[in-house]
Design a protein around this ligand. Structure first.
Ligand SMILES: [Zn+2]
Length: 334
């Protein structure tokens, strides 16, 4: 199975650039920029990645973004991410990035875009196509969302922009107030890919669909708490981007065994498999697929189907989708 997973052409739709940075790189950049990350060794830093409640995770995420100060830093972390993706045979990925934190650290729109463009070009050289989702933090003022949309649809827009996201703590921060930001983004041609149904139940998923016009839902596993919301997703063909290790580490589920992956699939939902924040969670897409097989009994054909679902629901042209589907089909026919 391991060999099968290694060779399977992969598509990943839910992964955060800033959550992909390896602890070694966080530590090296912190030294270079004389930034205190609360640890005096790589091991100490990695040990500080303790996941309690969701707000403490958000704090950790923001802490690691503090080491990113120049376009070259973004290029470096994208290069490292893409190298890992290439080694795993990931062919295409939609990656969230969070400009608001980089701007708070003094980066300009131009330097952020330069870093993303340079890194994306390096990734293409590795045979990995990257597309960007600009992420927003729901606990910040909605004006930060308008700023982000203006950035990625304006003269300094990074290349490869496909969507707008909404992350951060769900508790106390429902999706509805973000409707004007998402309306503006969708009017400018971006898709809506918000997180929902992770730390709050099905009502958050309902809001993400009805108020924000979600093309896909990040996580969404708690849609199971309301059969009406499940039906809404199934009937409209809106997939959920599931991350098994993330859900366990952040307490969305009690253990790998208790994850409702099979229940979600049995309910008729379109499910994709993803890493979310592999640098923080110490996972890889390979490990996530292995987990789906070993713990949940997903077969080889099942894994290929999850990849096909990801292709069909990616922000890709029909031609590009056909090419990726043909790659998967060809792998499965050998
Ligand atoms: Zn996420």
């Amino acid at each position: 199975m391991d060999e099968f997973i290694a060779g399977l052409p992969k598509i990943e739709l839910h992964r955060h650039l800033e959550g992909s940075i390896r602890p070694e790189t966080v530590f090296a950049l912190a030294r270079e920029h004389s930034i205190d990350v609360g640890a005096d060794s790589v091991e100490g830093l990695a040990e500080s990645y303790v996941f309690g409640d969701f707000p403490s995770f958000v704090d950790l995420f923001i802490r690691t973004t503090k080491v990113l100060r120049r376009s070259g830093d973004l290029e470096l972390i994208i290069t490292e991410m893409a190298r890992e993706m290439a080694a795993e045979n990931t062919r295409y990925a939609e990656v969230f990035f969070s400009p608001v934190w980089h701007q708070m650290n003094g980066m300009t729109e131009r330097s952020i875009a330069a870093g993303l463009n340079a890194g994306r070009a390096v990734a293409a050289g590795f045979g990995v196509e990257l597309a960007w989702i600009v992420d927003n933090s729901r606990h910040l003022d909605v004006s930060s969302g308008f700023d982000a949309v203006d950035f990625v649809t304006g003269p300094n827009a990074p290349e490869g922009m496909v969507a707008v996201g909404l992350g951060g703590p769900e508790v106390g921060f429902p999706p509805e107030p973000w409707k004007p930001v998402f309306d503006k983004a969708r009017a400018a041609g971006l898709e809506a890919i918000p997180h929902a149904g992770e730390t709050v139940g099905a009502e958050s998923v309902r809001g993400a669909v009805t108020a924000l016009g979600a093309k896909r839902i990040g996580h969404g596993v708690r849609c199971l708490e309301d059969p009406e919301v499940v039906s809404m997703l199934v009937d409209s063909g809106i997939p959920i981007d599931v991350s098994l290790t993330s859900n366990r580490l952040l307490g969305v589920v009690e253990s790998d065994e208790r994850h409702p992956l099979k229940e979600l699939i049995a309910a008729g939902l379109q499910v994709t498999l993803n890493t979310d924040d592999p640098g923080l969670f110490r996972t890889t897409l390979h490990k996530e697929l292995a987990l789906a097989t070993s713990v949940h009994g997903i077969t080889r054909e099942g894994l290929a189907d999850h990849m096909r679902i990801a292709v069909r629901h990616a922000c890709l042209s029909p031609e590009r989708q056909r090419t990726l589907l043909a790659e998967i089909d060809s792998y499965m026919s050998v």
